[in-house]
Design a protein around this ligand. Structure first.
Ligand code: GTB
Length: 217
């Protein structure tokens, strides 16, 4: 059954692909599953109809028949479980790939989001400039640890997996920052993933929402 996801009607990132519908679109493209997109405004996301789908009033959501999901990680996992191509079939590498999804969302993403949000929410505080190096250092530590594990490999554990897709989606939030530039192997990892045709289609689809083209896959 063709799923429907939600995305921002007007993304604050102006089509840079940083909102979390992009990672869901990418997973759907990787497995060749066509999908529909329902665009929602910020006001609509807080209304009862959307809150019934997403208790926190956010995007993305995912509907497939009777099934309604929220949380990008859970949605990617569901897509990867239902289709071939994003999770290894063999139990041990499959479990490791799922572990990397959790690592991306629980260990790497939080310091990145914290640093990003400090940029908008605390900019005017007199302590902001003092706190920034501490936030940068937390991100740097995680990137260094992750870069050490990735080494010179193309992907985390052999073939590209949902673990790579989730990790790259998280690292993309640092694009253009000096922090990712400190780790050329990570910048190359992101670039390698972004060169995948499935990512290109997902990116183009979310950009089309901003430019007024056709959304969806
Ligand atoms: N943990 C949830 C998940 O992974 O699905 C987080 C979902 C989430 O943060 N959704 C955001 C949202 O709906 C959009 S992605 N926010 C509206 C609200 O909370 O009211 C976060 C995001 C938004 C915008 C940019 N940007 O413009 O650069 C980047 C990322």
């Amino acid at each position: 059954m063709r799923p429907t996801i939600t995305a921002f009607e007007s993304s604050p990132d102006r089509g840079r692909g940083l909102a979390r519908d992009t990672r869901v679109r990418w997973a759907l493209e990787e497995v060749g599953q066509a999908y529909d997109v329902r665009l929602v405004s910020f006001a609509e996301m807080k209304e009862p109809a959307h809150l019934a789908l997403h208790p926190f009033g956010q995007i993305p959501t995912y509907q497939e028949g009777e099934l309604a999901l929220f949380e990008s990680g859970a949605i990617i996992f569901h897509i990867a479980e239902r289709h071939q191509g994003l999770l290894p079939v063999e139990a041990a590498p499959r479990a490791r790939a799922i572990g990397w999804m959790f690592a991306a969302l629980n260990t790497v993403e939080p310091p990145i989001v914290e640093r990003e949000q400090a940029g908008y929410a605390e900019r005017d505080r007199d302590w902001h400039q003092k706190r920034l190096p501490l936030l940068d250092e937390r991100v740097r530590v995680r990137l260094g640890q992750f870069a050490a594990r990735l080494g010179q490999a193309d992907w985390l554990d052999g073939a590209f997996s949902a673990g790579d897709l989730t990790m790259v989606s998280v690292l993309q939030r640092l694009k253009g920052s000096a922090l990712i530039a400190e780790f050329p192997a990570l910048a190359a990892y992101v670039a390698r993933a972004e060169a995948r045709p499935a990512f290109q289609r997902a990116f183009a689809a979310q950009l089309a929402v901003f430019t007024g083209g056709q959304a969806g896959g």
